[in-house]
Design a protein around this ligand. Structure first.
Ligand code: ZN
Length: 134
């Protein structure tokens, strides 16, 4: 079951200036920075009530974030929905014809199992499913 919007991912070119910008914008500091080596990204998280903002900076040229910025520029990259059972949710969406970008959940940032849906099956929106690792 989908529970809520867990976070919104934003692709940014340069972390220091983006962190400062979002600190001013939101009036709070980020609570965590984390590198996800397998995805070639560095992340920074801000808590905004029940939802988070995740800034994403590429750590190499073959990062999905560098490709995204090359094509579309900086901006909203994905919407992440929290689920209470990511494996069941992946199967449910697969059965409905959505295209998943991985067969198994992967380890993401912020202590989560994650899986992405291909934007061509979701009206152009990159959707992430996530579930907290307990
Ligand atoms: Zn995310």
């Amino acid at each position: 079951m989908i529970l809520r919007v867990e976070h919104i991912g934003i692709a940014i070119k340069e972390m220091d200036s983006a962190n400062k910008l979002f600190e001013s914008l939101l009036g709070i500091s980020n609570y965590k920075m984390e590198e996800v080596v397998s995805e070639n990204v560095k992340t920074s998280f801000f808590k905004t009530g029940d939802t988070k903002i995740e800034l994403l900076e590429a750590t190499s040229d073959n990062s999905p974030i560098s490709k995204f910025i090359e094509k579309k520029g900086q901006g909203i990259h994905h919407i992440a929905f929290e689920t209470d059972n990511i494996v069941a949710e992946m199967q449910r969406l697969k059965d409905l014809g959505f295209e998943l970008l991985s067969d198994q959940p992967k380890k993401g940032a912020d202590n989560k199992l994650i899986c992405f849906l291909h934007p061509k099956s979701t009206n152009g929106v990159l959707v992430e499913l996530c579930q907290e690792i307990k």
